[in-house]
Design a protein around this ligand. Structure first.
Ligand code: HEC
Length: 110
């Protein structure tokens, strides 16, 4: 009986450990629509190898082409595309009002 209880305790604590490590590995949250907007409207310039014509390096070193980079730059994204409309530069990539709204909503919770 004691053995059963011990086994049970070890199973419970193991599953607790697994849960804990799962949390440690949690990826930053960038919902698909936000990721797609930033890919389309920003990452054409803000990538290691920008695809936008005549842009040969990420402007000001700002990279926005992976979820990690998007999350770590979230305050700058908010300032550039929501609080001001400084970005996209001259709105060359045609970001819409609805897209700015989606970015705004996401930036409130991040
Ligand atoms: C057509 C190319 C282009 C696109 C598209 C573009 N940017 Fe930029 N971005 C630039 C350039 C050029 C600069 C540097 C501007 C400067 O220093 O005057 C810049 C600078 C920035 C900076 C740094 C500002 C600072 O104060 O250092 C941020 C943040 C930024 N962009 C975010 C964005 C976001 C968010 C988007 C999409 C909504 C975006 N950019 C789309 C070209 C682009």
């Amino acid at each position: 009986m004691q053995r059963v209880i011990l086994t049970l305790i070890s199973v419970l604590s193991l599953s607790g450990a697994a849960h804990g490590s799962g949390q440690a590995q949690t990826k930053p949250i960038v919902p698909a629509p936000v990721f797609e907007i930033i890919q389309k409207r920003c990452a054409v310039c803000h990538a290691q190898n920008p695809s936008y014509k005549d842009v040969h390096a990420p402007p000001n070193g700002v990279l926005l082409d992976t979820p990690d980079e998007i999350v770590s730059n979230r305050q700058a994204i908010k300032t550039a595309a929501v609080l001001t409309h400084f970005m996209p530069l001259n709105n060359l990539t045609g970001m819409t009002k609805e897209e700015r709204k989606i970015i705004e909503t996401w930036s409130k919770y991040n």
